[in-house]
Write a protein that binds this ligand. Structure first.
Ligand code: BGC
Length: 847
């Protein structure tokens, strides 16, 4: 037996499976097939005969986006990598309880989360949405999150199964990964979430997979879905396609997919019915899928449901005191101290701080969540400025942006947009394929940049708008459009394209990126200026995502010279007792839909840091990013904090960390490179449609170790505010199930109470090309008083001592000689200690 032994048979579950099957048998085939495709983008069909109400699903990892066209407010958690940086499975569980409460409040049955793909390359666009580059840490955090949510009767759909580690050509590339690497690395967190948290749904990815057993889209990979996930792991939930990922009828039906989303339309429905009639798909296969959906319905309470959504109460959970407190704690606890010469914490009671310069693009406009389907409309935003004012009530605070981290202007203030006739909004006219008008010209609120209220027969659109620029000085106007267009500013053609956009705009490319015509206009002191904007646009037919026109106005009203902004920031820093510089990325850089070309901080932010540092030796830099960025000045700055994408409690959590009210005890769940040239996997561009995982199982820090490269900060690193001796191994004991208990002792040599993140690594004594040199095998948190020691037992699961044998198709205990080391990062470790003699236990291999 080992930690991954099959879930024991549950007599009740069996009885219920038999009952489910009996009920399904009464249903006509057409009704069964109908249930296997969504009725809408986010809902399944009801089946009155089975007393099944529509099951409702929604994104995503950091909060409940909801299924309305315009998102309604929801608690906005820190990004998943921030949660992983706490290394705190209890905290992940509390967040799981919160997301379940939010799902219930918004009438959602299944949450499309968490993402347990690994951070294979730091340029991956959805890096912020993943937990870690390590499978064990990813699995542990995800399993706690899922289990806590599902206990509340809300399902989770863990995603994206499998090989979806990047975004470039994400709907077409083939991930070439050996079976062994898949088993030991990329499947491992999915296996944990299936076996330990009994997750109720798994989302099959867009990409294809070549695992050596066959090449197939992830939505129809018979071996991975049927053999591994369903038969071997005993997964009894629903495999749902990623949105529009399913492209075949018979192959996907036979290959293990249970539910096509979104609907209506797609490759199943009538085509699948026909395939059953033609004998290409057995009815028993359809029955199995229906049974799985019905089981999900029972689990989430959609069977026999009387009413669904609980009304959105004014004292909603998203801003209730306990939610605020939990999110605030998560922000503070996730922050990683990358460097600190003793300047932090800035205890307001003790430090002589008369004035603070709060500087940087993220000080004015923090980047609180990544771009894409994970987007959540927060009920409020705790800003750094307000939080620092609260924390340091007696200090003078000057805020300076010091440049920009954005490539494009922010969304326009809708109040400055009118129709040519002067009504608020812009005019939209639609035309059919012959250029005939469809209905009347309508007036649209300028805040609505994706106009989805478009009839299916519309092919083109005309937009007319007037923008009133009132702020004197240089103003920049931009228009974001999708696909074929012509755009005129004041009668001058500023952009034209004949390239037609389709659903790829949403799914697959930087066409979704808000690029478009831009122009600068000078506004004088005396008179505001009005600009006429006219556009001819294509109507985008994005299949199940609907038909829409994209017209997004963006405006930078103070497009002042960046030199001036930088100079003002430096001046503010020079005058202040302390300079706090908030820099980072934006959703233009970190988003679903595209990968990054490099790890540079956008704009002139490095220059900002070095110039501030030159005038103020008491400078603290706070990095507001989800994924690694290069910090060339890292070791020159007195203190550097990694603040992640912190969500609605951004400012309060940061202030708590700065003052030490809560210790920022985060540890990096990934490696922070010092130079781009050192990054083991520098891009995710498919070659001839294939992404070859040539590094094998050496994902993340494992490659850094193999290549003997020195990162800026290693995996697992985090200083907190304690002062620790390197932990040491106080004892080791095998357990009968083949797991190893490692007693780890830590010693807090500092004068503050502090939290340790004890990490256990296994190491190959003789380097083996098929095994990492070293890997994380267990971890635990310990709160230790100043000057005290503490010991904890960390269980290293049996699986950590096993390898996947492709030959015998099973897990076997590794014969390689292994050693154990412990530490608070992957690079500062205790001396290695041999494993105790394994003959002392009776080992079994797991199946
Ligand atoms: C994303 C999924 C998401 C789905 C629904 C897809 O494009 O890859 O993560 O759950 O859309 O929004």
């Amino acid at each position: 037996m080992n930690a991954f032994a099959a879930v024991p048979d549950n007599p009740q579950a069996k009885a219920s499976a038999a009952t489910l099957r009996a009920r399904i048998e009464t249903l006509p085939l057409a009704d069964k097939v109908r249930l296997l495709t969504g009725e809408t983008s986010w809902t399944l069909f009801a089946v009155p005969e089975l007393d099944l109400s529509p099951i409702v699903v929604s994104d995503g990892p950091i909060g409940i986006r909801g299924i309305e066209q315009v998102s309604t407010e929801a608690a906005q958690m820190p990004s998943p990598s921030a949660v992983a940086a706490t290394w705190n499975t209890d905290l992940a569980a509390r967040l799981g309880t919160l997301i379940a409460g939010e799902a219930r409040r918004k009438g959602i049955d299944v949450v499309l989360a968490p993402v347990v793909n690994l951070q294979r390359t730091p340029v991956g666009g959805r890096h912020f949405e993943c937990y870690s580059e390590d499978p064990l840490l990813t699995g542990a955090i995800a399993a706690s999150y899922v289990a806590a949510a599902q206990v509340e009767g809300v399902g989770m759909s863990v995603k994206h199964f499998i090989g979806n580690e990047s975004e470039t050509d994400r709907t077409t590339y083939i991930a070439k990964v050996s079976e062994r690497v898949l088993r030991e690395v990329y499947l491992a967190p999915f296996e944990t979430v299936v076996r330990e948290a009994n997750v109720w749904s798994v989302m099959a990815a867009y990409n294809g997979v070549d695992d050596g057993t066959g090449v197939a889209p992830a939505t129809e990979h018979d071996h991975l879905l049927n053999d591994v996930l369903k038969r071997e792991w005993g997964f009894d939930g629903v495999v749902v396609s990623d949105w529009l990922a399913a492209n075949s009828t018979v192959e996907s039906a036979l290959g293990g997919l249970d539910l096509v989303m979104p609907g209506p339309g797609g490759p199943w429905q009538d085509k699948l019915l026909q395939a059953v009639h033609d004998g290409l798909v057995a009815e028993s296969i359809i029955d199995d899928k229906v049974e799985r959906i019905l089981r999900l319905g029972e689990r989430v309470g959609a069977v026999g449901r009387v009413a669904h959504a609980v009304p959105d109460a004014p004292d909603a959970l998203h801003s209730a005191p306990e939610t605020r407190a939990l999110l605030r704690e998560t922000v503070a606890r996730s922050i990683v101290v990358l460097g600190n010469n003793g300047i932090l914490p800035l205890d307001p009671a003790r430090a002589a701080i008369g004035s603070i310069a709060l500087i940087g693009p993220a000080a004015v406009d923090p980047f609180v969540q990544g771009g894409g389907s994970a987007f959540v409309q927060a009920p409020y935003a705790s800003t750094p400025e307000a939080a620092i004012r609260d924390a340091f009530p007696h200090a003078r605070l000057r805020v300076e942006r010091g440049g920009t981290s954005r490539l494009h202007a922010p969304a326009i203030d809708p109040a400055v947009v009118t129709t040519p006739g002067g009504s608020p909004g812009y005019e939209l006219s639609l035309f059919d394929a012959h250029g005939h008008p469809l209905g009347d010209t309508v007036v649209v609120d300028a805040a609505e940049s994706w106009n989805r209220d478009v009839p299916i027969e519309a092919r083109s659109a005309r937009v007319r708008a007037r923008v009133r620029l009132t702020r004197p000085g240089p103003n920049r106007l931009e228009v974001g459009v999708s696909g074929a267009h012509e755009v005129w500013f004041d009668g001058e053609l500023v952009s034209a394209s004949t390239e037609v956009a389709n659903s790829n705009v949403i799914l697959n490319s930087s066409a979704n990126h808000p690029v478009g015509p831009a122009k600068r206009f000078e506004v004088g002191d005396a008179e505001p200026v009005t600009k006429a904007i006219d556009a001819e646009l294509q109507v985008v037919d994005a299949e199940a995502y609907g038909t829409f026109v994209r017209f997004e106005l963006r405006h930078e009203p103070h497009d002042i010279d960046l030199d001036d902004e930088l100079a003002a920031a430096v001046e503010a820093a020079a005058e202040a007792d302390v300079a706090i510089v908030l820099i980072g990325t934006t959703e233009e850089t970190e988003s679903e839909g595209w990968d990054r070309p490099n790890l540079d901080l956008p704009g002139r932010q490095n220059e900002l840091v070095t110039r501030v540092l030159a005038v103020n030796p008491r400078t603290i830099v706070v990095v507001n990013a989800g994924a690694p960025v290069l910090l060339p000045w890292l070791d020159d700055v007195p203190a550097v904090l990694w603040w992640w994408l912190p969500g609605q409690e951004a400012g309060n959590g940061l202030a708590d960390a700065l003052t030490g009210r809560v210790e920022p005890s985060g540890h990096l769940p990934w490696t922070l490179p010092a130079r781009f040239a050192d990054v083991p996997v520098q891009d995710a561009r498919p070659i001839d449609g294939v992404i070859d995982y040539v590094e094998g199982g050496d994902v993340g820090y494992r490659s850094w170790d193999r290549l003997e490269r020195t990162p800026a900060r290693p995996f697992g690193f985090g200083l907190g505010y304690g002062a620790w001796a390197i932990p040491h191994i106080a004892g080791t004991t095998w357990r009968p199930d083949g797991s190893l208990v490692v007693s780890v002792e830590v010693e807090n040599r500092g004068d503050r109470d502090s939290r340790a993140t004890a990490q256990v690594y296994l190491e190959c004594v003789e380097p083996d090309p098929d095994r990492p040199l070293r890997w994380l095998a267990g971890f635990a948190l310990l709160d230790v008083h100043a000057g005290q020691r503490a010991v904890t037992d960390i269980v290293v699961p049996c699986r950590q001592f096993e390898v996947w044998s492709e030959e015998s198709q099973q897990w076997v205990v590794s014969t390689a000689e292994l050693a154990i080391r412990v530490g608070q990062s992957s690079r500062e470790l205790s001396p290695s200690r041999p494993l105790p003699n394994r003959d002392l236990i009776h080992l079994q291999t797991s199946q």
